[in-house]
Design a protein around this ligand. Structure first.
Ligand code: NAD
Ligand code: ZN
Ligand code: ZN
Length: 338
């Protein structure tokens, strides 16, 4: 089978012919139909983060495909079923986080396309317990972005506890952001979309944003303050300074939801203590979502309540596609189709 392989953090990915993997006990073999390109795959390929994957590896964690093989002991999946393979490839199922429904915090977790080979390949193996069935009527190229961008932003809106009368500012209207706008609208909030690109902001408007702010032409903090300040600011942009702007745009009682993961070398965000205390600000880190969150995301989409904006690419174009995303030229999500 063909796979896109990271061989080194400083080299382009290589398209290689590799053996089809064999599912072990508790695993399934999935023939990949579509796999979204998340910005995280670029961080993985470049070794941007403090905990690094080990080349050679296959990135990709928005994989959608058909179950074609069952490992020993797998009785709850069937051949022919369509599943999504998310970032959370495996968790222990026994620790306090797992038992409390916070499997995304499990210390024993394995991450697809990072610590285990991912879905930029014609086939992938996955833990049968950690894939999520894709409902009928949800197409693979739409299910793929939902498998990370969707579940991650759905969870971010959930953990912020957004209520209908609140204003939510979404910083970064890319793959994650175009879905974040929609989940914030679904819970009834007033949405302010912030990006540096007018085309992304036009898309945000089309998806329901009430206000848009181009952070390249105006100061987003002042613009959001003029609207009364944000109750919730969700940061999806890949730059520490945007986290600081998002913090500064909050009104009293505000919540900063940190989702974007800039490279370690870009440094920390700086948070002033005085306004944090006096304004009663909460700072929340939010990492992907659980299998239940993903099932809810798929259901919303099957009900026609969300739109996925995606353009398809061939796996051979993986390096060019990564450049498109880094340059901010991609329509919300790029999806490899097989
Ligand atoms: P993306 O490249 O598709 O989107 C980033 C967007 O930010 C782009 O639209 C870009 O124009 C915009 N942007 C750039 N500079 C900006 C600025 N100064 N102000 C406002 N917007 C700006 O990336 P993505 O796939 O949506 O991922 C975003 C980040 O989220 C990445 O760091 C990724 O690794 C991370 N991520 C985190 C989780 C999690 O669970 N926490 C899950 C998935 C992705
Ligand atoms: Zn992702
Ligand atoms: Zn666990």
């Amino acid at each position: 089978m063909r796979a896109a392989v990271v061989t080194s953090f400083t080299q382009p990915l290589e398209i290689r012919e590799v053996p089809v993997p064999i599912p072990g006990p508790g695993q399934i073999l999935v023939r990949i139909e579509a796999s979204g390109l998340c910005h995280t795959d670029i961080h993985a390929a470049h070794g941007d983060w403090p905990v690094k994957p080990m080349p050679p590896f296959v990135p990709g964690h928005e994989g959608v495909g058909i179950v074609e093989g069952l490992g020993d002991g797998v009785t709850h999946r069937s051949i022919g079923e369509r599943v999504g393979i998310p970032w959370l490839g495996h968790a222990c199922g026994r620790c306090d986080h797992c038992v409390k429904g916070w499997e995304t915090l499990c210390e024993e977790q394995q991450n697809t396309g990072y610590s285990i080979d991912g879905t930029f390949a014609e086939y992938a193996i996955a833990d049968a317990d950690y894939v999520v069935q894709v409902p009928l009527g949800v197409e693979p190229h739409e299910a793929a972005p939902l498998t990370c961008a969707g579940v991650t932003t759905y969870k971010a809106i959930k953990v912020a506890g957004v209520t209908p009368s609140e204003r939510v500012a979404i910083f970064g209207i890319g793959g994650l952001g175009h879905l974040a706008v929609q989940y914030a609208k679904i819970v009834g909030a007033t949405v302010i979309a912030v990006d540096v690109d007018d085309a992304k902001l036009a898309m945000a408007r089309e998806l329901g944003a009430d206000h848009v702010v181009n952070a390249r032409s105006v100061d987003p903090v002042g613009a959001i303050e003029a609207l009364g300040g944000a109750d919730v600011a969700v940061v999806l942009a890949v730059s520490p300074s945007v986290f600081e702007q998002a913090f500064a745009s909050l009104r009293r009682g505000g919540r900063l939801v940190c989702v974007g993961l800039p490279p370690e070398n870009d440094g920390p965000m700086s948070v002033p203590i005085f306004p944090t205390v006096l304004k009663g600000i909460s700072i929340i880190g939010s990492i992907v979502g659980t299998r239940q969150d993903l099932a809810e995301v798929f259901t919303l989409h099957a009900q026609g309540r969300t739109r996925v904006i995606a353009e398809t690419r061939k796996l051979d174009e993986v390096n060019a596609a990564m450049t498109e995303v880094l340059e901010g030229k991609a329509a919300a999500r790029l999806v490899f189709e097989f």
